[in-house]
Design a protein around this ligand. Structure first.
Ligand SMILES: Nc1ncnc2c1ncn2[C@@H]1O[C@H](COP(=O)(O)OP(=O)(O)OP(=O)(O)O)[C@@H](O)[C@H]1O
Ligand SMILES: O=P(O)(O)OC[C@H]1O[C@H](OP(=O)(O)OP(=O)(O)O)[C@H](O)[C@@H]1O
Ligand SMILES: [Mg+2]
Length: 281
């Protein structure tokens, strides 16, 4: 039976559980459940703290787990990224009081508050910058105002928390992070894991594409299918009116409005967009 670690709390937990549910696995019913047996899929899910998941995977007590790239690297564990999952995207950055620092060299000799000491020390060591780290569990943004540190290194998504604390990012980003499925070399070839990966990829693809249907005059078909070439090739079906055909094609969700405009321009009508639930491409 495949053993998978899933975040039990924090920003990673809900999207990870939704992704698994959409991929056809049993969803967690209550927030207090620690272990969940999914007999139909031959998988056991363990709900653990996101920061601890790399440790369990590294020890081989579970076959794989979902955590953040930043947490994986900070754990220093010998687990590897198997599949990026596209949610909980953030950057990991240095930030200091507005106007105080502009360059990485400004960090030398200063105190950096962070929850990710290993990640920060490795970054500084690579660049030969000497500075002290102050470990804090959370709310790192408050540390500068409270006099515990001169700058911070923390997760930034919208930047709202930084602004509220009177801080601004500076220097190059330390890391671009997102949720990732991790495993070890010993388990990377597990058949159950390959099934999980295929299903997760199916959900992610379905989320990033939509299905587009439209009718177009036969003599404009070549123009329309250039706009929506699909994955393999668009489906073209006859209509009762022999001068028109119906076309169905997958298109990237991000492009859908532009493509609808372009199709209309070349004469397509009745352009419909619908959601995909899952797919195997
Ligand atoms: N605002 C955010 N946007 C995107 N990802 C985030 C955000 N905050 C934290 N993360 C990601 O979540 C993971 C950290 O999870 P963790 O549960 O330790 O902290 P959290 O989500 O901040 O929850 P909490 O602090 O409430 O326990 C990291 O991978 C981090 O990059
Ligand atoms: O750029 P933003 O959109 O503001 O998001 C980033 C903030 O979100 C997380 O904090 P969280 O709320 O989890 O609190 P914590 O610091 O106690 O972990 C993270 O640690 C940052 O502080
Ligand atoms: Mg947090």
């Amino acid at each position: 039976m495949l053993r998978i670690a899933v975040p039990n709390k924090g920003s990673l937990s809900d999207p990870a559980i939704s992704l698994l549910r959409e991929a056809g696995y049993r969803a967690r019913r209550t927030g207090r459940e620690l272990v969940l047996l999914d007999e139909a899929n031959d998988v056991e899910f363990f709900f653990l703290r996101p920061r601890d998941i790399a440790v369990y995977v590294g020890q081989g007590t579970v076959h794989a787990g979902i955590t953040g790239r930043d947490l994986l690297l900070d754990s220093g564990v010998e687990a590897t990224e198997h599949l990026p999952l596209g949610f909980a995207r953030s950057t990991f950055r240095f930030a200091a009081p507005v106007g105080a620092m502009s360059d990485l060299t400004d960090i030398a000799g200063k105190r950096i508050a962070t929850s990710y000491d290993v990640l920060v020390r490795a970054f500084l060591a690579e660049r030969g910058i000497e500075a002290a780290t102050v470990h804090l569990d959370g709310a790192v943004e408050s540390s500068v105002r409270l006099g515990v540190a001169d700058l911070i290194a923390d997760v930034v998504e919208t930047g709202t928390t930084l602004r509220a604390a009177g801080l601004e990012v500076f220097g190059e980003p330390i890391l671009a992070s997102e949720a990732v499925l991790i495993t070890t070399e010993a388990f990377a070839g597990e058949p159950g894991l390959a099934t999980l990966v295929r299903r997760l990829e199916g959900v992610m693809r379905a989320r990033s594409y939509v299905l587009m249907d439209y009718d177009v005059p036969m003599n404009r078909l070549h123009l329309a299918t250039e706009i929506t070439p699909g994955i393999q090739s668009p489906t073209v079906s006859p209509l009762q009116n022999p001068d028109w055909v119906a076309v169905r094609s997958m298109v990237p969700r991000a492009d859908m409005n532009r493509l609808m405009d372009e199709l209309y321009e070349v004469g397509a009508r009745a352009i419909l967009v619908s959601e995909l639930l899952a797919c195997r491409l």
